[in-house]
Ligand binder design. Structure first.
Ligand code: PLP
Length: 297
């Protein structure tokens, strides 16, 4: 197999009138710069899974996701680069989508699955691949303990010292890894998790389990904008404002909601002046192109 991806993810301090007014130092940890397609937390979540595949001499990754999945895009591209096979169970019907096009460009094998069957991922895996010892199961979104272990390195890499660390959460695996990293490398920092979907309480258990930490953290579950991948004109306006002030693209599914939450809390004076805040840019700006028609300039 080919060598892994080198990690390039600088910390970038950003300027914005609100940050100046409230005297907040905001740094973005640019995990989105790791790779254009294997971006952000998705490579971190794959890394130890790939190690485990090598250790157990398997060369075919089998995983799960939707039509706009950052995880599938990352897996498809990473597999191509690493010289391994990839198959994805894709929820729903084939449609004309830029992501599906890219999955196929990277040579991923796609199995379209109806919503009912998609729910039981282990059954799908077993039905198709139980007897193939070359295959390796990776859960939807790359979630799990090995995924969290990779994400804790985001914190290990930090060169600055922070009072607050923010991340978006879908499965909670990234947040779990970050919590683990905070316990080891940034013990003065408080973690703030912004779930991007409705009814995110399930995540609390997974964050505990996958972080292997009892450290407390803040859970801001009122910034989901109606649910996963839902958005409002206000959120899109915020995204445009943020991007035009910083030169950093964010998306409406994950990092837009997380940074909206952070800016809302700054506006409401939830942080003392001089606070040092690090927001992790978990990548995945590709989804923004799917809603470009809804922006008003
Ligand atoms: C997948 C993804 C997340 C969610 O990560 P979890 O580990 O599932 O919580 C956050 N941000 C971006 C950009 C993502 O692609």
């Amino acid at each position: 197999m080919n060598p892994d991806f080198p990690i390039y993810s600088p910390e970038e301090q950003i300027a914005h009138p609100l940050l100046e007014e409230k005297e907040i130092r905001l740094t973005i940890k640019r995990d989105d710069m790791i790779h254009p397609f294997v971006s952000g937390n998705k490579w971190r979540k794959l890394k130890y899974n790939v190690d485990e595949m090598r250790r157990t001499q398997r060369n075919h990754i089998v995983t799960f996701g939707g039509i706009w999945s950052n995880h599938l895009l990352a897996t498809a591209c990473a597999a191509a680069k690493l010289g391994i096979k990839a198959t994805a169970f894709v929820r729903g019907e084939p449609i004309d989508s830029d992501s599906l096009f890219l999955y196929k460009m990277f040579g991923m094998n796609l199995i379209y699955t109806d919503r009912q069957a998609y729910r039981d991922k282990l059954k799908l895996y077993n039905d198709y691949f139980a007897h193939d010892p070359s295959t390796y199961f990776v859960n939807e979104g790359g979630s799990g303990l090995l995924g969290a272990r990779g994400c804790s390195e985001t914190i290990q890499e930090l060169t600055g010292t922070y009072d607050h660390i923010f991340t978006a959460a879908g499965t909670g695996t990234t947040a779990a890894g970050i919590l683990h990293g905070i316990e080891q490398y940034q013990e003065q920092a408080e973690l703030h998790v912004v779930p991007v979907l409705k009814g995110a309480a399930f995540m609390l258990d997974d964050i505990r389990r996958f972080s292997e930490s009892m450290l407390s953290f803040q859970f801001h579950d009122e910034y989901h904008f109606g649910g996963y991948a839902k958005y409002t004109p206000e959120l899109l306006r915020f995204i445009q404002d943020f991007t035009s002030h910083t030169g950093i693209l964010i998306d409406q599914v994950y990092t837009g909601k997380m940074l909206f939450a952070l800016f809302d809390m700054i506006r409401k004076d939830k942080f003392t002046r001089g606070s040092r805040i690090c927001a992790v840019h978990t990548g995945g700006v590709f989804g923004l192109l799917g809603v470009k028609k809804n922006f008003v300039f």
